[in-house]
Design a protein around this ligand. Structure first.
Ligand SMILES: Nc1nc2c(ncn2[C@@H]2O[C@H](COP(=O)(O)OP(=O)(O)O)[C@@H](O)[C@H]2O)c(=O)[nH]1
Ligand SMILES: [Mg+2]
Length: 417
């Protein structure tokens, strides 16, 4: 499977749920008006783009529509793709030119840190680099074993100690070993869950200090791994780690399993941290460097559309066609679209229930209920916010999206376990 095809497949759920809907919605309009922007913003918020970022996108669209004198609603899709591509650009390069250089991988439990390290190692080894993995998640023995399996698969060296040993000492060993063997890159795995948040942040700080002391001039990437399926909660996690660990980039995993891929925009825009890799599956080659243009192309289904999304130059050349043959003006189609989204979700759920024979566990049911609750809340929030803000974008409050994971909340306040 080609790389682009993989990314496109990985983003299918997000594309279908959000950008496909946007396309459809735009087609129902015969002129560009405030109602169109309202509905667009609502769809973006629904797609986990975040309220602040959705507003910003719509503002930018209004500006460009005005500047270029665009009157045809079908042009908005291309404009949207342009704005989003620009938003995603910049900072996605990895800085790993020294020998050795270091990648410290952090993030909460279960987001895909170890898997990502395995995939990254395989990628670097394939490029002819020598890679040393540091098993600095010493919290559980299984974590060390899991990294060992990935090291074997990827053809990387691994430095490990016993469960419970000092993670900073493991990193120290790995750096010494990398220097001795002439490794190009040291990649350190870390624990995602300790006794409390304070412990975890202190541990990451200590590891950072060891790296800076042992390799003061080395290039260092601190990559925060985020699970895209957690949507806005990923934004909250970034805030937490950003202050504590000086992250240089994001790895956004599990995009293949979610329609919440729009969160990539919220992270980029609201937190100003570049996404450097995306995970689109569990296989060894399912980690891809983040390419903003490719990502946007996949998101907008550029290669699947009958017509190419026109480029800006093409748009400038093509005079807007006068609306001589307007389609019968329809009332807002949002209700119909919502109903369709609901119906589709119900159909998906029914299909999933049929194909995954066993009864859902209590936990799964609870998760499903929670997801439904969040979805409702998000919708209500978007509508409420819009009604309140009266399009006074400059004074509109940034809404706090409640975290969708009790455990994370508890973990944040340091009260778990
Ligand atoms: N579908 C999918 N699953 C992933 C991806 N990345 C990681 N996973 C899965 O997420 C689970 C947790 O991963 P792990 O690396 O152990 O997380 P860690 O606790 O952060 O180290 C595993 O079952 C992985 O296979 C991805 O991009 N797509
Ligand atoms: Mg792990």
């Amino acid at each position: 499977m080609g790389i682009f095809h993989k990314i496109r497949e990985g983003l299918r759920k997000t594309r279908d749920a959000i950008f496909g809907r946007i396309d459809q919605m735009l087609k129902s309009f015969t002129k560009i008006d405030e109602e169109l922007f309202e509905e667009l913003e609502e769809l973006l918020v629904m797609g986990d783009v975040g309220i602040e970022t959705s507003e910003k996108i719509c503002d930018e669209l209004r500006k460009r529509v005005k500047q270029r004198g665009i009157t045809d609603p079908s042009m908005i899709y291309g404009l949207l793709s342009e704005v989003i591509t620009e938003m995603l650009q910049g900072g996605q390069e990895l800085h790993l030119s020294t020998k050795p250089s270091v990648i410290l991988v952090i993030g909460v439990n279960g987001v895909g840190k170890t898997t990502t390290i395995g995939k990254m190692a395989a990628r670097f080894v394939k490029e002819g680099k020598r890679v040393t993995l540091a098993a600095a998640d010493t919290f559980r023995a299984a974590a060390i074993d899991q990294l060992q399996i990935w090291a074997d698969r990827a053809g990387a060296d691994i430095i490990k100690q016993n469960e419970g040993s000092d993670p900073a000492a493991v990193v120290f060993d790995a750096i010494s070993s990398a220097k001795a063997r002439g490794s190009d890159i040291v990649i350190a795995d870390t624990a995602g869950r300790l006794h409390n948040k304070r412990h975890l942040m202190a541990e990451l700080e200590k590891i950072n200090r060891i790296i800076d002391r042992e390799l003061p001039d080395a290039d260092k990437e601190v990559l925060l791994v985020l699970d895209a399926t957690t949507g806005q909660n990923a934004v909250n996690q970034t805030k937490e780690f950003k202050t504590a660990a000086g992250i240089t980039g994001i790895v956004l995993t599990k995009l293949d399993g979610t329609a919440k891929g729009g969160v990539v925009l919220a992270i980029r825009e609201e937190l100003d941290v570049p996404v450097k890799f995306i995970g689109v599956g569990e296989q060894i080659d399912d980690l891809q460097p983040f390419e903003p243009e490719e990502f946007a192309r996949a998101l907008f289904g550029a290669d699947e559309r009958e017509e190419e999304v026109p480029t800006i130059d093409q748009m400038a050349e093509k005079p807007d066609k006068p609306a001589e043959e307007p389609e019968p003006k329809q009332p807002s189609e949002m209700e119909a679209i919502w109903a369709e989204i609901d119906a589709q979700a119900a159909a998906d759920a029914a299909e999933a229930a049929q194909t995954q024979a066993p009864e859902p566990t209590e936990e799964e049911l609870a998760q499903k209920k929670e997801a439904e609750r969040q979805e409702k809340e998000k919708r209500a929030e978007a509508r409420q916010h819009r009604a309140k803000s009266k399009y006074n974008w400059s004074t509109a409050p940034a809404a706090e999206t409640p975290a969708d994971d009790d455990w994370f909340e508890k973990w944040k306040s340091g009260s778990d376990e």
